[in-house]
Every structure is written in structure tokens, then in C-alpha cells.
Design a binder for this molecule. Structure first.
Ligand SMILES: CC(C)(COP(=O)(O)OP(=O)(O)OC[C@H]1O[C@@H](n2cnc3c(N)ncnc32)[C@H](O)[C@@H]1OP(=O)(O)O)[C@@H](O)C(=O)NCCC(=O)NCCS
Length: 206
């Protein structure tokens, strides 16, 4: 289960409602080509994608075991959250129709805050694509969904995620516990970044 950032922001009702609307009707094209919001039609492909431990092992909030039924329930639950403006599951398919990555956006509109989780197919990992993909998704959360704060957890031994997260400027904020769907706890390293800091770094001098 994703958890809101350690830092507590308060959104005005209009700001929170604008974020909810952006999540309900996302500008998916702004994330890049091949993206689509997950639907039940994707359940089998998602179950197959997660069945590779190189993809799913580092991620604590997935619907294990990865049966099509569990994955369908998970997709449906996120769709219900999307209707409230609080979550979004985006899949990327390549030109051949193979699922190559997923991104789960968890949003707390009343706190103008979000969290991002995701993974790429193993054959695409360690290729230097991770940083660009993640930076694009984070930028989209700040600019298209409109949140002012993002918090990111990663498993203590996830050196690639840590390198990317710190490489794009997130500030380390110690550790925190994440609760898996089965109730067990996963200890994470944890980082945060504000939209202001993101823009200052992205547009130096601007
Ligand atoms: C995490 C993930 C998206 C990263 O994408 P990637 O394309 O594999 O990663 P990259 O090749 O861009 O490498 C990421 C960074 O880790 C660094 N890195 C790689 N192996 C490393 C190691 N053993 N020690 C230290 N740094 C390492 C790379 O140098 C790179 O840093 P840079 O951006 O400063 O150059 C991808 O590996 C993935 O999907 N993993 C499985 C799921 C997962 O862990 N999701 C994230 C949960 S928080």
C-alpha cells in the first residue's frame, strides 16, 4: 500500500479538485508514445510481466501471486481509485504489442502530493533508459497532474533506483516502512522533492 509523503502539505479545495480532475482525465500522450491507462483487457499481459522476478521483486505493493484474477482485481481497484482522482495505472507497449513497462501513480490531492512506482521489462533494464523514463514521469506528475510534492520509497538494496532518484535531485529523507498487501512490512529508503526544487533544477536560471 502506498503511503503519502512524510512532509505534510495542505492543498486548497480548488487545487485538490484540479488534481483529481487531472487524474480522472489524464493527458497520457504527455507521458510519451505507446502509453495507455490499464484496463481489464491488460490483465493477462500484466500478470505475465510481473511473473519475472527481475521486474517485480523490488516492488512491495503488487498483487502477489500474479494470477490473472489477482491482477484483474488490482487493475479494477486502481480504476476505482482513479475515479476518485487518487491513482492511475499506465502501461507502455512497444510497436510489436509487447508490454514493456508500467507506472503506478498514487496521488493524495488534499496534500498536493504523489508517489510513483514502476518497472521495465528485464531485457530493457540496465540500458540507461531508467533515468530518462523516470524523469519524464516525475515531470508529468508535477506539471500535468499538478502535484507540488513527490515522495519516493525504494528497497534498501535497490541501488539503481537510488542512483536515479538522487541523480534527478531528490533529497534523502531517511527510511520508512511500507506495508505489503499481505500486511508484512518492507523497509525502504525514502526521498522527497518539491515542484519548486524540480523546476529550479530543470530550468536553471529560468
Ligand atoms: C529501476 C529501473 C527502472 C532502472 O532502470 P534501468 O534502465 O535499469 O537503470 P539504468 O541503466 O538507467 O541505471 C540506473 C542507475 O543505476 C546505476 N547503477 C546500475 N547498477 C548499479 C550498481 N550495481 N551500483 C550502483 N549504481 C548502479 C547506473 O549507473 C544508473 O545511474 P545514472 O543514471 O547516474 O547513470 C529498472 O531497473 C527496473 O525496472 N527495475 C525493476 C523494478 C524496480 O526496481 N523498480 C523501481 C522500484 S523503486
Amino acid at each position: 500500500m502506498s503511503a503519502p509523503p512524510k512532509t505534510v502539505l495542505e492543498a486548497a479545495p480548488e487545487e485538490a479538485e484540479a488534481i483529481r480532475q487531472a487524474v480522472r482525465h489524464p493527458d497520457i500522450a504527455g507521458l510519451g508514445p505507446g502509453r495507455r491507462v490499464a484496463s481489464l483487457a491488460d490483465a493477462e499481459a500484466v500478470a505475465e510481466f510481473f511473473s519475472d522476478p527481475a521486474v517485480s521483486d523490488p516492488i512491495y505493493d503488487l498483487p502477489r501471486p500474479f494470477t490473472p484474477a489477482n491482477v484483474s482485481d488490482w487493475i479494477e481497484a486502481i480504476a476505482v481509485q482513479q475515479a476518485r482522482g487518487e491513482a492511475l495505472l499506465v502501461l507502455t507497449y512497444d510497436a510489436g504489442g509487447q508490454l514493456i513497462s508500467y507506472s503506478k501513480f498514487s496521488i493524495w490531492p488534499d496534500r498536493s502530493s504523489g508517489e510513483l512506482g514502476g518497472a521495465m521489462r528485464a531485457s530493457r533494464q540496465n540500458s540507461g533508459q531508467g533515468r530518462g523514463g523516470m524523469a519524464g514521469s516525475l515531470n508529468w506528475m508535477f506539471e500535468s497532474l499538478g502535484v507540488r510534492l513527490i515522495g519516493l520509497p525504494a528497497a534498501l538494496d535497490n541501488v539503481r533506483s537510488a542512483a536515479i532518484i538522487e541523480g534527478v535531485g531528490f533529497a534523502p529523507m531517511g527510511e520508512r516502512d511500507g506495508v505489503r498487501p499481505d500486511g508484512t512490512v518492507r523497509r525502504s529508503r525514502y526521498w522527497e522533492m518539491t515542484r519548486e526544487a524540480w523546476r529550479a533544477r530543470r530550468d536553471p536560471g529560468g
